[in-house]
Ligand binder design. Structure first.
Ligand code: FES
Length: 179
């Protein structure tokens, strides 16, 4: 009987010591894990901010078949970011040089511009702003401020007119097109 009691009393400090050691080890490990996770996440965000993986990259998106646009005709196109673009055919041919894609949003105060084939220009009715066939300002407030229409690259693949869409505009915008 006494022997059991001695055994218990001699074991109790060892069990406590073992539990204490385990808890200290677990707490240290948890703190180290938290620090690593915290600094790791910070490092990931900082690296992504400083070196965006998709910066400058773009993908092709279908606009129309080449024969869908005759000279002087244009069609609206909405980028995944929500940006409004007007695509116009300005010459015969089956290369991208025969077409142009420009933002249809006036850089003056944001009204919608449209292509006027008979005047060979893009026109903004809000303040009579005008742009030449390449998007350079020629009249009105945009000309006074030297504000160009933003141009988007086009390409032709198997008789299909494609527009180059920046990848970051796809990955960072929400469903309403807000960046
Ligand atoms: S908004 Fe286009 S000219 Fe003013």
């Amino acid at each position: 009987m006494q022997e059991r009691s001695d055994t218990n009393s001699s074991n109790e400090p060892d069990v406590d010591e073992s539990r204490r050691g385990f808890l200290e080890h677990a707490a240290t490990s948890a703190m180290a894990g938290g620090l690593v996770a915290g600094y790791g996440a910070f490092g990931c965000y900082a690296t992504r901010y400083l070196y965006p993986a998709d910066a400058g990259k773009s993908i092709s998106q279908f606009v129309c078949t080449l024969d869908q646009l005759k000279i002087g005709e244009s069609l609206p196109f909405t980028m995944p970011s929500g940006a409004k673009v007007v695509v116009a055919r300005q010459a015969e041919g089956d290369t991208a040089d025969a077409f142009i894609a420009l933002s249809s949003i006036c850089p003056h105060l944001g009204c919608k511009v449209h292509w006027e084939a008979n005047n060979d220009r893009f026109f903004c009715p809000c303040h009579n702003g005008a742009f030449d066939a390449k998007g350079a300002p020629t009249e009105g407030p945009p000309a006074a401020a030297n504000q160009h229409l933003t141009r988007f690259p086009l390409s032709v693949e198997d008789n299909l007119l494609m527009i180059q869409v920046p990848v970051e505009s796809i990955t960072v915008s929400d469903s309403e097109g807000n960046a």
